[in-house]
Design a protein around this ligand. Structure first.
Ligand code: ADP
Length: 152
């Protein structure tokens, strides 16, 4: 089924200059990039995006991580993409890998480049990708205005 998926390049990947490599891997999936922009984040946006994590003890760390506090990104920048195509969510999640990079298959983006700081309870996993077509639509509406996304 043709569907859309939100991908975010997180601050650890920006700091390590991994954007080109991540896009290269995504492009091999032969999906259409229908939306792209740099976003200056607010805490409210992060909390709304991750509202399913409300009450989790590590949420405050996730907010600081996404704000770039741990990666020397004072402008709170994130890169956001909307990809569209057949089974986009499944295909993208497959190459992104498991949430915890220690559990991700070694060849995936998170398995290759993610890192866990167990002592500080921070999961640096490089990218976000929507985990269902329904969630993708909710997230895309949060991050993009309708006119910022093309219909491929
Ligand atoms: P995913 O990003 O794979 O969809 P979740 O929605 O469960 O996974 O988690 C959102 C983000 O919160 C993760 O990508 C990761 O950065 C962070 N996170 C998840 N679980 C933990 C944890 N146990 N400790 C610290 N951070 C976590």
């Amino acid at each position: 089924m043709k569907e859309r998926c939100l991908v975010l390049i997180k601050p650890d990947a920006l700091e390590k200059r991994l954007t080109g490599m991540i896009l290269d891997r995504l492009e091999r999936l032969e999906l259409d990039i229908v939306g792209t922009k740099a976003v200056s984040l607010t805490e409210d946006l992060i909390r709304e995006h991750y509202k399913h994590l409300a009450g989790k003890p590590f949420l405050a760390n996730v907010v600081r991580y996404m704000m770039g506090d741990y990666n020397h990104l004072p402008n709170h920048k994130i890169l956001a993409f909307v990809l569209q195509g057949e089974d986009a969510v499944k295909k993208i999640r497959h190459i992104v890998g498991a949430t915890n990079p220690d559990n991700a298959q070694a060849w995936t983006i998170r398995g290759n480049f993610g890192k866990v700081d167990k002592a500080a309870d921070i999961v640096y996993n490089c990218v976000h990708a929507s985990d269902s077509p329904e969630d993708a639509e909710r997230e895309i509406a949060l991050w993009f205005k309708p006119e910022e996304v093309l219909d491929a």
